[in-house]
Structure formats: C-alpha cells, structure tokens
Design a binder for this molecule. Structure first.
Ligand SMILES: Nc1ncnc2c1ncn2[C@@H]1O[C@H](COP(=O)(O)OP(=O)(O)O)[C@@H](O)[C@H]1O
Ligand code: SF4
Ligand SMILES: [Mg+2]
Length: 353
C-alpha cells in the first residue's frame, strides 16, 4: 500500500506490463527535469512501466508531453540541461541510472537497440552500409566476416530491402527515408537486442512506407523476442503494434491498460478525447472526429491539481486543487478523480477531502 494526502490505494510495483510476465527492463518512478531561467522544471514526473519479453508497450500522447524525454532518460541520452533526478531503470539486475558511462555505452546500440525518427542520424554518412552493418553484427555476435555478411543480407531481405547484395554496398544517402529506417531496423536486429526503444519510428514516412516499416519492426520484435518500447502520437500505429498502452499527459502516465481493453474503452477523459480526435473511424468512438479543446499545458506553468482540468469536460472542485493519484483496476490504472470510486471503491479512501 502507498499513501498520499490521505488517499490510500494499491500500486503495482512493476508498473504497467509487469503482470507476472518476463520483465526485461523496469522503469521505476523516474523524474527528469530541465534547467530553465526560472529553475528546474520536471517534464517527466514519477513515470513507471515495465518492458516485457516479446511484448510492445506504447507510450502515446500529444506532442510535447514528455514521450521522447522519457525514452532518452532510460538510455541516458538527455540533451544538455536535462537531468534525471529520481527513480531507477532496472535492467539485468543493475540500475542503468547509476552504472558507469562506459558500461552504458556498451548497452546502447547493443542489447538495448534504438530506432529514432530520423534514421540518417544513426549512420555515418561517409561509410557504406556494408561496413556499418557488418561491424555492428560482429560487435554483438561471435561471427567472422563472411557469416556476418550472410546475416546482414538475410536481415536486409527480411525487412524488405530489394537486391540486398547490391544495396548493402550503397551509402546511407542513396536510400530513401523509409528504406534507411528499415536498414536501421535490420541493424538493430543484428545486435540480438533484449530491448528495442523506438521513438516515432515512422512519423516522417508516407503512409505506404509507414506500413512496410511497421511490419518490419513487428517482425523483428516477434523474431528476436525483444521487449519493445514504442513511442508514438499516432493511435493507429499504437493500435496496430502495441500489447500495452500508456497515455502520457504533462509528463505523467495518466492511463495504462492492455491495448485491447484500452481501445475498447479508454477511461481517462483525456484518453477518451484523444481517441475521439482520431481521423480513422475504425478507432474512434464517435461519428465525426472531435478536437480536444484548449491547449497542451506549459511545463513552466502547470495548472494546480489535475493538469488536465482546464481542458476536461468533467472537472470538480477537487480536480482544481489536488492531483489525482493512480487508481488501479485489475491490470489497468487511471489517474483521475472520477475513477477513484469504481470497480474497487476500497482502492481509494478520503479523496477530495
Ligand atoms: N532540450 C530541451 N531543453 C529544454 N526543455 C526541453 C528540451 N527537450 C524537451 N524539453 C521539454 O520537455 C517537454 C517534453 O518534450 P518531449 O519529450 O520531446 O515531448 P514529446 O516527445 O512527447 O513530443 C517539452 O514540452 C519541453 O518543455
Ligand atoms: S481528475 Fe478531474 S479534471 Fe482531471 S481528468 Fe479526472 S475529472 Fe477531469
Ligand atoms: Mg518526441
């Protein structure tokens, strides 16, 4: 049990995804801030989740809510001015926030693979793809040059690169954005990753290329059995790829649920509004898309109480003064006072007092 301001509620130590599955990486209550002229501002605030072997956990939310900063906190690649001030990232029995940088460097691009929005930034523009992919494969597998090349060609073929034996001799700039992203996916797969962190991997791609790239990411994740974190602002991508959904608002996870249950019925008012704003009629619950009123919050000036209250259709007095804790319902959680008394009234006492 955990208690806060008189409210008492159950909290699952593993965070979403932990339900007795094989947890590969556990993010436990991390907080990350940026230094600003007005002092340190938390842009990730008490975030917890678990990445499970063979499963995809999605973080969704509007632009600027803290998805990328969360991902970069996990692998300690925060931009200048960013600092993770609390929490733990447990991987292989160690807290990644506290291991030496040399150890961290060995994990990055190895057993923890990364796929970011802009694939070109992950390649050396002056080296052929063959040099880069073979080097990566040999760094993480005990194989000779010929075997590494065979693996590389197989991986490139598996992500849909035509004529891999010719294309492997090209330079990064000779590939389209979508193809280069798939080369990166192949390279990530070649590292035998235990964890894949993918941040908006298809956001810069047209719809057709997006489909092929998502298929190849899914294939790699299924075949490698890696645990995957997929950050996206796109509900369609999340619905297609994820087993578990976390919705982020103003640096906090405000709803977490198995994807099938979430897409059947989101519970948090913000999650409902997000879903009703989706253009794809197969995903949203309303006949016409409805935009979310108001503006995303400014981290320098977050509203008191529930950060969503100025935009929420159902705010009550308590919402304006007290941030809701995380209420748990079976394998789902919701940070909203409306859900403080639902399936499990005993999960919360005294809220709003
Ligand atoms: N380099 C930076 N310096 C200062 N603040 C930053 C920086 N990067 C991100 N932020 C702050 O962190 C918030 C979350 O950013 P980010 O994680 O990139 O959002 P998302 O990925 O959800 O679009 C931003 O709204 C901004 O306030
Ligand atoms: S806590 Fe209150 S303001 Fe926040 S989402 Fe729930 S009902 Fe709306
Ligand atoms: Mg981002």
């Amino acid at each position: 049990m955990y208690s806060n301001n008189g409210a008492s509620y159950r909290q699952q130590p593993d965070g979403p995804g932990g339900e007795g599955d094989c947890v590969v990486l556990r993010v436990d209550n991390i907080t990350t801030c940026f230094e600003t002229p007005r002092g340190a501002v938390n842009v990730v605030d008490g975030v917890s989740f678990s990445l499970v072997r063979g499963k995809v956990l999605g973080i969704i939310g509007e632009s600027g809510c803290g998805k990328t900063v969360t991902t970069l906190s996990v692998i300690r690649l925060l931009p200048r001015g960013g600092r993770t001030t609390g929490g733990r990232v447990i991987y292989g029995g160690r807290d990644l926030l506290r291991i030496p940088e040399t150890d961290m460097r060995r994990l990055r691009g190895g057993s923890i693979s990364m796929i970011f929005q802009e694939p070109a930034s992950s390649f050396n523009p002056f080296l052929k793809i063959s040099t880069q992919i073979l080097e990566t494969i040999r760094l993480h597998n005990d194989v000779g040059k010929h075997e590494a090349r065979r693996i590389a060609l197989e991986l490139l073929d598996s992500v849909g690169i035509p004529d891999p034996d010719k294309r492997i001799e090209d330079y990064p700039h000779q590939f389209s954005g979508g193809m280069l992203q798939r080369v990166l996916v192949a390279m990530a797969a070649g590292c035998n990753p235990q964890v894949i962190l993918a941040d908006e991997p298809t956001s810069n791609l047209d719809v057709t290329t997006q489909d092929i790239t998502l298929d190849s990411i899914k294939k790699v994740s299924d075949q490698s059995g890696a645990a995957m974190l997929l950050v996206t602002h796109d509900f369609g991508v999340a619905a297609r790829m994820c087993d578990m959904i976390c919705v982020m608002y103003a640096g906090r996870l405000i709803e977490t649920a198995p994807a099938s249950e979430f897409f059947r019925e989101p519970r948090h008012p913000y999650a409902k509004a997000l879903m009703n704003a989706v253009p794809d009629v197969r995903i949203r619950n309303t006949a016409a898309p409805a935009s979310i009123g108001g503006k995303p919050p400014d981290f320098n000036n977050l509203p008191a109480g529930c950060a969503f209250h100025p935009r929420c259709p159902y705010p009550t007095a308590v919402c304006r003064t007290q941030a809701p804790p995380e209420f748990r319902y079976g394998n789902r959680t919701v940070r909203c006072w409306l859900h403080g008394e639902g399936d499990h009234p005993q999960a919360c006492h005294n809220h709003g007092e």
